[in-house]
Design a protein around this ligand. Structure first.
Ligand code: SF4
Ligand code: SF4
Length: 122
């Protein structure tokens, strides 16, 4: 069975942070925890500017939602610019071939005994 992943078109990501908020709300993360983090990328002396959302090791690809069948991961569902897709890596690789300036991530679900950052620090 093919692994699943997240494909993100960074050319049209607006940096709105809705994916960060949706993920935190879905998983009940503390304010300092991120399942996905939007970073700003500046290249060529500022001539190229991208927002690049990067899933962290807290990302479990929303398995509790996607296992139900037709629910998308929370970040994908709430992406205002609709630049995120969830699916099989084999299909998402084809999206990358079609669309320059996109990224593909294959986060692995954290182990059941792994504690989020805030809990681990306590
Ligand atoms: S797939 Fe789910 S856990 Fe992963 S970044 Fe998106 S909302 Fe967070
Ligand atoms: S919600 Fe979509 S447009 Fe907004 S920062 Fe995240 S990936 Fe980019």
């Amino acid at each position: 069975m093919a692994s699943n992943g997240l494909w993100i078109d960074i050319e049209f990501c607006t940096g709105c942070l809705a994916c960060e908020v949706a993920c935190r709300y879905e998983h009940g993360f503390a304010i300092e925890e991120f399942g996905i983090k939007v970073v700003e990328q500046v290249l060529n002396g500022g001539q190229t500017f991208n927002f690049v959302p990067i899933p962290t090791d807290l990302c479990d690809l929303c398995v509790s939602r996607t296992a139900k069948g037709n629910l998308k991961p929370a970040c994908v569902q709430h992406c205002l610019a609709q630049v995120m897709e969830y699916g099989k890596l084999t299909d998402l690789v084809k999206r990358m071939e079609e669309k320059p300036r996109s990224t593909l991530w294959s986060p692995k679900p954290r182990k059941a005994d792994r504690k989020p950052f805030a809990s681990a620090a306590a």
